[in-house]
Design a protein around this ligand. Structure first.
Ligand SMILES: *Cc1c(COP(=O)(O)O)cnc(C)c1O
Length: 338
């Protein structure tokens, strides 16, 4: 009897051509964000350090790239009744904006526990905020119902080919704007962002090293890599709230792509993330959220040993400004913020 070898499995992955097609599709709908050198980080690291200012993307985070690519592809194939997801964070904002721009209704499902400010932010972007149940899982049940009964498309935040290809367009911009880059450092949660970027950078800058950074508190991808399969971890509050959540036990794309394309994953403490946010503010004059500060935090903490010209991706700026002020004033953990 022959065992099914790995090469016999149907491999679902995203190619450079998919990412180039995404770039052509979303161009004009999203910003090509700037890259700036950081003199203070370069001096500290002994190599030139460049910041990719993706927090200046429309809607304040890179997730608009994937959401726009997914929505425009749906509109090309067949116009759906609408699009939906259960994310109230940067993906929900991005999907609301992308759907409105394409003239497609969006219903963002969320639980009663979601703060009113987040509900209003989604509505301001032109989507319906539908309040269902008391947990994210109950909100997802309503998304599933919209798909089954009303012809909606569920657009998930990371484990989806069009989302990964859209986020990968950042990798094309890095290769174009920084052809000398040798180390590329990317915030890591579900892995859609780093999977897409790694695919593009590996193709365009074959020698470059790809490094992911997550927080110690609930690093689902790192735990899954260690286990050799997707596993669940306990979710804990963190400054890097946009890096929280699991990778999905039925993960279809990002687990294997991260395993095969990413060279190293670094985990940070809350104080190290806060240090990254403070450096961004005081030295770079940039307001960024905790999840976007992990590259700077890793470098300042000495956990990242950069080789050659280094790119740190600043992924978003949608931080609660009360929390940001507390960090700027020295808070090193959420527990210190009443
Ligand atoms: C979603 C998000 C990430 C992580 O992206 P994944 O594709 O889930 O790895 C990083 N930074 C910010 C600001 C985000 O919103």
């Amino acid at each position: 009897m022959r065992r099914l070898s790995r090469s016999c499995r149907i491999v679902t992955t995203i190619s450079l051509a998919d990412i180039e097609a995404a770039a052509a599709r979303i161009s004009g709908h999203v910003r090509h964000t700037p890259v700036e050198v950081s003199p203070s980080l370069s001096a500290r690291a002994g190599v030139s350090v460049h910041l990719k200012l993706e927090h200046r993307q429309i809607t304040g985070a890179f997730k608009l790239r994937g959401a726009t690519n997914a929505v425009l592809r749906l509109a090309e194939k067949s116009r759906p009744t609408g699009v939906s997801c259960a994310s109230t964070g940067n993906h929900g904002r991005a999907l609301a904006h992308a759907a409105k721009a394409a003239g497609i209704p969006a219903v963002i499902c969320m639980s009663k526990l979601v703060p009113q400010t987040k509900v209003e932010a989604i509505e301001a972007l032109g989507a319906e905020a539908r309040i269902v149940g008391r947990s994210q899982d109950e909100a997802q049940v309503e998304v599933d119902r919209l798909v089954a009964e009303e012809g909606f498309a569920d657009i998930p935040p990371f484990d989806h080919a069009d989302i990964i290809a859209g986020q990968g367009t950042i990798g094309l911009e890095i290769a174009e704007d920084c052809p000398d880059a040798e180390t590329v450092v990317i915030p890591l949660s579900g892995g859609g962002l780093i999977a897409g970027i790694a695919r593009a950078v590996r193709a365009r800058l074959p020698g470059a090293r790809i490094v992911g950074v997550s927080m110690e508190r609930g690093a689902a991808m790192q735990a899954s890599l260690a286990a050799g399969r997707p596993v669940e971890v306990e979710e804990m509050p963190s400054f890097a709230d946009s890096l929280g959540g699991g990778i999905g036990l039925k993960n279809a794309y990002t687990f294997e792509m991260v395993r095969d394309l990413v060279d190293e994953v670094i985990l940070l403490t809350e104080a190290e993330i806060a240090g990254g946010m403070r450096h961004a503010y005081f030295e770079e004059r940039e307001i960024i959220e905790g999840g976007a500060a992990v590259g700077i935090g890793a470098l300042l903490a000495g956990r990242l040993r950069p080789k050659g010209p280094t790119i740190l991706l600043l992924s978003g700026r949608n931080v609660d400004m009360r929390q940001h002020r507390a960090v700027i004033n020295g808070a090193n953990s959420l527990e210190e913020i009443a």
